[in-house]
Design a protein around this ligand. Sequence first.
Ligand code: AP5
Ligand code: MG
Length: 213
Amino acid sequence: MNIILLGPPGAGKGTQAKLIASKYKIPHISTGDMFRETAASGSELGTKLQGFMSKGALVPDELVIEIVKNRFLKEDCAKGFLLDGFPRTVVQAQNLDKILLEKKTKIDHVISLSLSDEEVIKRLSSRRVCRVCGAPYNILTQKPKVDGVCDKCFGKVIQRSDDNPETIKQRLKVYNDQTTPLISYYKKTCVLFEADGSGTVEEVFKRICDFIR
Ligand code: AP5
Ligand code: MG
């Protein structure tokens, strides 16, 4: 099963992706997580990626496509995948179509999570993540059992550097300008499910599973 998860920053893509990937036993491919990992390594490429992310700007298409192409070479993608945060532009979507054509496969489901700007700002300002395993937390709705410590791996729970009011506003603008055209792109080529991202994590997950089923 090959799935794309679309949605504005903070809509719950990462949270839902982890649940879907675990239920359907497919790898969760998050370009944002991949870029943050590379940035943390301190390499030249990492510093370059961090420069775009900290401004809330998109990483240039050529660079993203190259990194994703390499990820698809890994064996775990053979049985399906869940894409979180990719594609994000029409050029990326067109390149993904080419990659999948070469692999003789296609996208089965595109799920677009929607959430109001007000709720996005609230969720992102209160989001925390584990620096080690990436588990998502939220100081309003999903606190770790011990303050600042991950329940799963005991890693340090931190705030993402792009979760500040100015960068959140910029990320929302970039999403509206560059990523929303993908909704009509996929409406033409695939079955696109527009899922309401509001409500509890469990409620949103149920909506998605009902659709996939
Ligand atoms: P990326 O990491 O993909 O960030 P994003 O799209 O801005 O989305 P987020 O990860 O912030 O939110 P999410 O939807 O995953 O929400 P989450 O589940 O965490 O990208 C970061 C940057 O990398 C980009 O800005 C860009 O620079 C670059 N990049 C990445 N991919 C790229 C690409 N393809 N091309 C170019 N550049 C690229 O939830 C948010 C919070 O809400 C959490 O605290 C969570 O606990 C809470 N929450 C979740 N669901 C619920 C719920 N139902 N109720 C209450 N709280 C909830
Ligand atoms: Mg995410």
